[in-house]
Design a protein around this ligand. Structure first.
Ligand code: C5P
Length: 299
């Protein structure tokens, strides 16, 4: 997360750029009595950012402005839920005007909404001068959603529990990735409902070792996502595009999170550019893909 604070006389403001993530590995270990799933996932922040601006409000109102047409009711958005939770936790009634610029696609398995929520906790903590540490913000993030705590950290992490228990897991090399973003989103609860919990979950030791060694071939061989199969049964176009992406001979190919974004892991920028242009030209003739993006993991 990149934070910029402007004291600005009596109109202080905070600007934040907050990243998307991809899952290099995602395995489900069990369904829990509370309906969530016990999982193990390796999440990596990438160079695709939403930006948020936080300004003091003249009154106690919390408002969210966002020009994205698909964002829905701002009152139910995770940004305002995070703002209200922070305010209630510290017992203040100070207001804020929040402006969100979305670049991370919605319902895409890239955790854009979760990243925005984490940024809201960090941004308002700064704007309102609350002085809370990251460990103090952590339980709020964990309460708000499974992926949010990850974004309070600074890099790749091994995430367990329902996704909210974070252990840093640095990647030794920057990863070159091509994101293939379909024009349709996926509903995370629907994908989990279609999932069959594996009798013998795959172990994540190999991918953790591979990222720590910076061994791109070993990383590519250990890419895994248990949600890929249920997502494909809901929307077979995902299987279609995974196949097209594999046909480019990218070093590795997977879906991120509960979809719909697919990604190619590439050996270098040259391979990434080749894969991106091959997929972009197929997308142009076949349709169903809204964006093809070249990104890097954040180090
Ligand atoms: O925690 P979050 O609100 O992001 O989760 C969205 C939905 O994804 C949950 O309501 C649940 O259906 C599903 N989920 C799950 N197990 C997890 C994380 C999410 O079943 N570990």
């Amino acid at each position: 997360m990149i934070l910029d604070f402007s004291p600005g006389g009596n109109q202080p403001s905070v600007h934040l750029a907050t990243p998307a993530k991809v899952n290099l590995f995602l395995e489900i270990r069990a369904k829990r009595p509370d309906g969530y799933h016990e999982l193990e996932t390796l999440m990596v922040p990438i160079s695709l950012y939403d930006t948020l601006q936080f300004q003091m409000s003249p009154d106690s109102q919390l408002t969210l402005r966002c020009s994205h047409p698909d964002l829905g009711n701002p009152d139910e958005n995770l940004v305002l839920r995070a703002a209200r939770l922070l305010r209630d936790t510290v017992g203040i009634t100070t207001g804020a005007q929040i402006t969100l610029t979305k670049r991370i696609p919605l319902a895409a398995g890239l955790a854009g909404g979760s990243s925005d929520a984490a940024a809201t906790l960090v941004g308002l903590n700064r704007l309102w001068n609350l002085g809370l540490s990251r460990p103090q913000l952590l339980p709020l993030a964990q309460q708000l959603g499974s992926d949010i705590a990850f974004f309070l950290g600074d890099g790749a992490a091994w995430c367990t529990g329902r996704g909210e228990v974070i252990t840093p897991c640095p990647v030794a090399i920057p990863l070159e990735l091509v994101l293939v973003c379909p024009s349709f989103g996926m509903s995370t609860p629907a994908v989990y409902r279609a999932l069959r919990v594996p009798a013998s979950p795959i172990d994540g030791t190999a991918i953790r070792a591979a990222v720590q060694q910076g061994d791109i071939d070993a990383i590519a061989q250990s890419l895994h996502n248990r949600l890929e199969e249920p997502a494909q049964t809901i929307n077979p176009l995902l299987a279609d595009w995974l196949e097209r992406l594999r046909n480019t001979n990218a070093t590795g190919v997977r879906m991120s999170g509960s979809g719909s974004t697919l990604f190619a892991l590439c050996r270098d920028r040259t391979e990434a550019t080749r894969v991106a242009s091959a997929i972009a030209s197929e997308a142009g003739s076949v349709g169903a893909i809204s964006r093809v993006l070249l990104v890097r993991s954040c180090v």
